[in-house]
Design a protein around this ligand. Structure first.
Ligand code: GCO
Length: 255
């Protein structure tokens, strides 16, 4: 039966950037579909987080880790630890990301490095290290959080746009190599979503109304808009979907 294909009972999902916003909604959605959650973020409390409360209320396990993905050594320490604690990770959601705004002519090295390290380099390393076990088991689901700036240049966010553009290429590169081994690698590209990432845009009245007037659905997205898409890409329902970037943007890209 088709709904059975969406069932994630018995699966373990690692969700990065799961403390709030889209990542938290995705972690909760995966738990609602039956998965246990390994949550990680730069500042996740080891116990009592909102994500943990929501996941455990569903009767699922939540294991919290703290890792700043801008820090290469911390990343490798995290990978080592989580692989020891969880020999089988069925689903990897590469959602952790950061954004720093400043015009290209003034964009400092530190902004560039932090954003590229967090949004691109860490995602590559984590996927390589978790993915190699999926390849050995000939089963796994990897989902990246891309962006509309995977396709567009954005405004005063050159590092972010470059990182998200590269995420689009990375998804296809992994998918090309891993599809024949039963590992699906795909991305979700959020549109303009009412989260911390876009707080500055929503606070700017001009930017905010310019954005809203361009969205065919005529509303900002909400973290909950990602629950269905992430479960689809994490489940057997998407077994023949490889290397795709699913826009969840109220129609922005189609306009
Ligand atoms: C920005 C960016 C980001 C996201 C956007 C579209 O200028 O802040 O556009 O907010 O990339 O949400 O995905």
């Amino acid at each position: 039966m088709v709904l059975e294909q969406f069932n994630l009972k018995g699966k373990t999902a690692l969700v990065t950037g799961c403390k709030r916003g889209i990542g938290m909604a995705m972690a909760i959605a995966l738990a609602e579909a039956g998965a246990d959650i390994i949550g990680v973020s730069a500042s996740l409390e080891t116990s009592g987080s909102q994500a943990e409360k929501a996941v455990t209320a569903l009767g699922r396990k939540f294991s919290a880790y703290q890792c700043d993905f801008a820090d290469r050594n911390a990343l490798y320490d995290f990978i080592h630890k989580v692989k020891q604690d969880f020999p089988v990770i069925d689903i990897l959601v590469n959602n952790a990301g950061t954004i720093l705004r400043k015009p290209a002519a003034e964009h400092p090295d530190e902004y560039w490095d932090t954003v590229i390290n967090t949004n691109l380099n860490a995602q590559f390393i984590l996927t390589r290290e978790i993915g190699k076990d999926m390849l050995a088991r000939k089963q796994g689901k990897v989902i990246f959080t891309a962006s509309l700036l995977t396709f567009q240049g954005g405004i005063t966010v050159p590092g972010y746009a470059a990182s998200k553009g590269a995420v689009g290429s990375l998804v296809k590169a992994f998918a090309n190599e891993w599809a024949s081994s039963g590992v699906n690698v795909n991305a979700i590209a959020p549109g303009y979503i009412a989260t911390d990432n876009t707080a500055a845009l929503r606070a700017d009245e001009q930017r905010s109304s310019a954005i809203l007037s361009r969205i065919p659905a005529q509303r900002w997205g909400e973290p909950e808009d990602f629950k269905g898409p992430v479960v689809f890409l994490a489940s057997a329902a998407s077994d023949y979907v490889h290397g795709t970037i699913l826009t969840v943007d109220g129609g922005w890209m189609g306009r």
